[in-house]
Design a protein around this ligand. Structure first.
Ligand code: ADP
Ligand code: ASP
Ligand code: MG
Length: 448
């Protein structure tokens, strides 16, 4: 049975400095249902930590990166005095960061350890800001409850273990105090630190909400909700008041950065409402994402995801043969490469991959291509962007004239529609993609 509890998440810009944290603390102060707060690292900190994991830097550069992080946190500390319980652990955490940064090379596990410091540090500071406002608040190390596998850098949560640990360690605290914890990080079965992938704090908030049977998750960010497209790209983008779980999940999956792609999974699985709003302007409202709330049909948003790869696999043997696709997918899956879009013709198949090949595993990726080349001709195209129209009951017929008119100016590499009524996707050259999104938005989503 669901409780009245709300889990609130504050993103990087919302906890970037003292004033931003103070605004967020007011939001918690004014809503007694919020019992868990998941914070991101202060803006900029995770990027510095990522550079520290890349090991291209020498010792001086590493020290400078640690200094940058300390400067960001010290600017907040300058306006706060940490209570003894927080001050001591804050110092210990900083020392841990310095020791790890002194090492010239890090293992995959140590990289995740390094990435965890942003959230670990900001959560001390935010707890104090809340306390100063008269809210009874305690910091909690989320690694005690958010259990994952050990795929460092992009760990998969263990839902059952997380629920069990949260019911045992977290739930009993919530009547007494507001818990301030970390987004983005977790721990594997050996209690080693893991991370959920960039932008993962949204996902953490939804997972924690599911684990304690919360009623809602509030994602506080720097925009007043989910817009018809990225408001940074289109000045006329408009906020969407209500979205269904399916629509929001498609938007997040296809590139709307405002939500981590997996955020909606726990929410829709456990029927938890998700609100997205601006911590700068909490009165301005935002987007509510709920089960089947959308009565509106047609296209509601356009998103883009850059750095896509298109693989075209061609073989005359595919004609009337069975097992060709199975063979391709078996190989891709053995190399842990996930496929997004697929189109087929009589003797070829085209598939898109999201950043599948990466610099850290070139031999592996080459080997995969070689295995595919044993039975078909493989072409790899890079620098493509996947553009997606998102909505409900999208029917090409209603929009095809306008859409084709817009797209006629651009080179379209592939179109996919039909598997889901919530999206219509196509691939364009990366250099054109901003323009494509702006043109589609102007033609199909801006009311005259
Ligand atoms: P946070 O640090 O709070 O997690 P993010 O930077 O991850 O914030 O996400 C918020 C940003 O997402 C916005 O500033 C906006 O530029 C971008 N964004 C992309 N697509 C959308 C969209 N459809 N609606 C709203 N924001 C979007
Ligand atoms: N701090 C992490 C990042 O910058 C996670 C998050 O902010 O959601 O990716
Ligand atoms: Mg984010």
């Amino acid at each position: 049975m669901s409780s009245q509890y709300t889990v609130a998440k504050f993103g990087g810009t919302s906890v970037a400095d003292f004033d931003a944290m103070h605004r967020c603390a007011h939001i918690i102060h004014d809503d007694s249902n919020v019992r868990i707060v998941a914070v991101s690292a202060s803006a900029g900190v995770t990027n510095h930590l990522v550079t520290l994991t890349q090991q291209k830097s020498n010792e001086d550069e590493r020290l400078a990166l640690v200094d940058n992080i300390i400067t960001i946190q010290n600017a907040i500390l300058a306006k706060l005095t940490l209570d003894a319980d927080l001050a001591q652990s804050f110092e210990l955490t900083l020392n841990e960061l310095k020791s790890l940064a002194a090492l010239p090379a890090l293992s995959a596990q140590q990289c995740d350890e390094m990435l965890s410091f942003g959230e670990r540090l900001s959560s001390f500071l935010f707890t104090q800001v809340l306390r100063n406002l008269g809210v009874k608040a305690d910091r909690f190390d989320v690694r005690k409850v958010l259990k994952t596998d050990n795929r460092f850098g992009k760990a998969t949560p263990d839902i059952a273990a997380t629920a069990l640990a949260a019911q045992k360690h977290l739930l009993p605290l919530l009547d007494e105090t507001v818990i301030v914890t970390q987004g983005f990080i977790g721990s594997d079965p050996y209690n080693q630190t893991t991370t959920l992938g960039r932008g993962g704090s949204d996902y953490s908030a939804a997972l924690l909400a599911e684990a304690i049977n919360a009623k809602s998750v509030h994602i506080w960010t720097d925009v007043v909700g989910i817009f018809s497209t990225d408001p940074r790209l289109c000045a006329k983008a408009s906020p969407i008041a209500k979205l269904s779980f399916d629509e929001a999940a498609e938007m997040a999956t296809f590139g709307a950065k405002v939500l981590h792609p997996a955020t909606i999974l726990p929410a829709s699985r456990s029927n938890i409402s998700v609100f997205v709003g601006s911590s700068r302007d909490p009165q301005a409202g935002g987007t509510w994402i709920e089960k089947d709330t959308s009565s509106q049909t047609g296209i509601r948003a356009v998103t883009q995801r850059k750095n896509q790869i298109l693989l075209t696999l061609k073989s005359p043997e595919m004609l009337l043969a069975s097992g060709f696709l199975a063979r391709i997918f078996t190989i891709l899956s053995a190399y842990n490469i996930s496929v997004d879009l697929v189109t087929t013709s009589e003797i070829s198949v085209a598939i898109t991959l999201d950043n599948a090949f990466n610099a850290s595993r070139p031999e592996l990726d080459q080997q995969c291509l070689e295995e595919l080349s044993e039975f078909c001709h493989v072409t790899v195209e890079n620098n493509l962007t996947l553009v997606a129209l998102i909505g409900s009951q999208i029917q090409l017929r209603q929009h095809e004239v306008n859409l084709m008119e817009v797209l006629s100016d651009f080179n379209i590499r592939l179109i996919c529609h039909g598997a889901s009524k919530h999206n219509l996707c196509f691939l364009v050259e990366q250099a054109d993609s901003d323009k494509v999104v702006q043109s589609i938005h102007a033609k199909l989503l801006e009311v005259a």
